[in-house]
Design a protein around this ligand. Structure first.
Ligand code: ADP
Ligand code: ADP
Ligand code: MG
Length: 451
């Protein structure tokens, strides 16, 4: 087992990983930027080292500095969390070359799945259903026009290197194709340093249903059921629940099998997520694979009783999975609300600043993954997600009720948050009836804006 793990991340996920290490008796090294001197992850780790200025490229994306800290502190493994370097295959290879275990899949597996256009090809060849569209990246406007005409409008233009809902454009008509492609390319270049895009059919009002998998280094692959992440704003997840309220045992088995097949096709090791679009008629399509732990992993932990971050560490340390598919049982219902420091009234503009007063809810079945404390500073440099409120109850109705009480009790002063916005979603009769899809929030923006 590792004796010391460096956490190459910040915020709530860094705190989450430090806690998992502690339970395993592993020492931890936090890295932090100059803007994060007072950050919780830097305070609770056994050691903490400043790796550079606030800008992410100088700190949390600074590979040289991070590897130097491994050397300096004797950390023999790195956990990348999500975002930042988590899906950077060059970083994974650098770690291995320096004798530091990267807690995640191999660089090769990442490359096969990291480029979304390539990943679709791999999946198609493996027999996993994919959304109809271009075979790989699209170079020219002419080619894009031809493909769009063939599959029919509306279409989606997506960045091959995309993530976090960025670099995506929906195109309704042929005239919009050129400007949308330019815009998607530009956004992709600025966010991901790569302007490659691909095209696929726009699926009308599907649900976003993703399957969590775990794979060890001995060919064992299991799936841990699904998460419904259809509650999205501008392709970014807002609230997630598990199980998916419209799931059937038969469909779960089919999607689970497809996910396991997908993981095997890229020789995957560690925790991963296969995202699917579930159409109204019950057909589903592979969308992308996230080769890392995900923001919404806690809801799967609650319904399966399996600690995913702990499993990531055990797998990376060379252990075999201690359970098989038959051992995995889904119990109860879990919901996660992403709590962001942002102003819903100001078009969800980030709201950095100091938290003057803070009260977080608690009680049975209430979990908070967060890195905020009273008096802490929310930095404008990083993601605005500052906490995740997760509830667990025997069934969906009780989970919704619990989440309403928990949100109502949550108090944050000093910065704006989306807590009231989340509460209005929870109170929505259509949400209560589980009658929502990925377009729901977009179509109903006016509804909750008035509240
Ligand atoms: P999840 O499905 O885990 O919610 P997201 O796609 O929302 O994943 O991304 C998780 C976090 O990582 C978000 O904070 C997002 O901004 C960030 N992120 C995702 N992809 C990338 C990327 N390629 N580069 C940098 N940050 C990313
Ligand atoms: P990211 O890498 O940014 O997470 P995804 O490919 O997972 O990008 O897409 C993000 C979201 O965009 C999905 O969760 C879904 O809501 C929507 N989306 C993606 N592809 C399609 C499609 N072909 N048709 C309709 N909606 C889509
Ligand atoms: Mg996605």
């Amino acid at each position: 087992m590792f004796h010391k793990i460096l956490i190459a991340n910040r915020g709530e996920i860094a705190v989450r990983i430090i806690r998992a290490c502690r339970e395993l008796g592993i020492r931890t090294v936090a890295v932090f930027s100059e803007a994060d001197r007072g950050a919780l992850h830097a305070q609770i780790a056994d050691e903490a080292v400043c790796i550079g200025p606030a800008a992410t490229k100088d700190s949390y994306l600074n590979v040289k500095a991070i590897l130097a800290v491994c050397e300096l502190t004797g950390a023999n493994a790195v956990h990348p969390g999500f975002g930042f370097l988590s899906e950077n295959s060059a970083f994974a290879r650098h770690c291995e070359r320096c004798g530091v275990t990267f807690i995640g899949p191999s660089g090769d597996a990442m490359d096969r799945m990291g480029d979304k256009a390539n990943a679709k090809q791999t999946m198609k060849e493996a027999g996993v259903p994919v959304v109809p569209g271009s075979d790989g990246a699209v170079e020219s406007l002419e080619r894009a026009q031809a493909i769009a005409a063939e599959i029919g409008y509306p279409v989606m233009i997506k960045a091959s290197a995309g993530g976090g809902g960025r670099g995506i454009r929906m195109v309704r008509e042929p005239e919009e194709l050129e400007p949308s492609m330019t815009a998607a390319r530009q956004e992709a270049l600025s966010f991901f340093g790569n302007d490659e895009v691909y095209i696929e059919k726009f699926i009308e009002n599907p649900r976003h249903v993703e399957i969590q998998i775990l794979a060890d280094g001995y060919g064992n692959v299991v799936h841990l059921g699904e998460r419904d992440c259809s509650m999205q704003r501008r392709n970014q997840k807002v609230l997630e629940e598990s199980p998916c309220p419209v799931m059937t045992p038969e469909l779960r088995e089919k999607m689970g099998e497809a996910a396991v097949k997908a993981a095997r096709a890229c020789d995957y090791k560690n925790a991963g997520t296969i995202e699917f679009l579930l159409a109204k008629d019950g057909s589903f399509y592979f969308m992308e694979m996230n080769t890392r732990i995900q923001v919404e992993h806690p809801i799967t932990e609650l319904v399966t009783g399996i600690d995913l971050v702990r499993q990531q560490i055990l797998i990376a340390a060379g252990e075999k999975l201690s359970f098989s598919q038959e051992d995995i049982r889904l119990n109860g219902h879990a919901i996660e609300c992403r709590i962001n420091a942002e102003s819903p009234e100001l078009n969800f503009r980030p709201s950095p600043g100091r938290i003057n007063a803070l009260h977080m809810p608690g009680g049975p079945g209430v979990r908070i993954d967060s890195a905020v404390y009273q008096g802490c500073e929310i930095s404008p440099y990083y993601d605005s997600m500052v906490a995740k409120l997760i509830v667990y109850a025997p069934n969906r109705a009780e989970a919704i009720s619990k989440m309403k009480w928990a949100l109502g009790e949550f108090l944050v002063e000093g910065v704006d948050t989306n807590i009231d916005f989340q509460l209005s979603l929870l109170r929505d009769p259509q949400f209560e009836q589980a009658a929502y899809d990925i377009g729901y929030l977009g179509r109903n923006e006016k509804l909750w804006k008035k509240r």
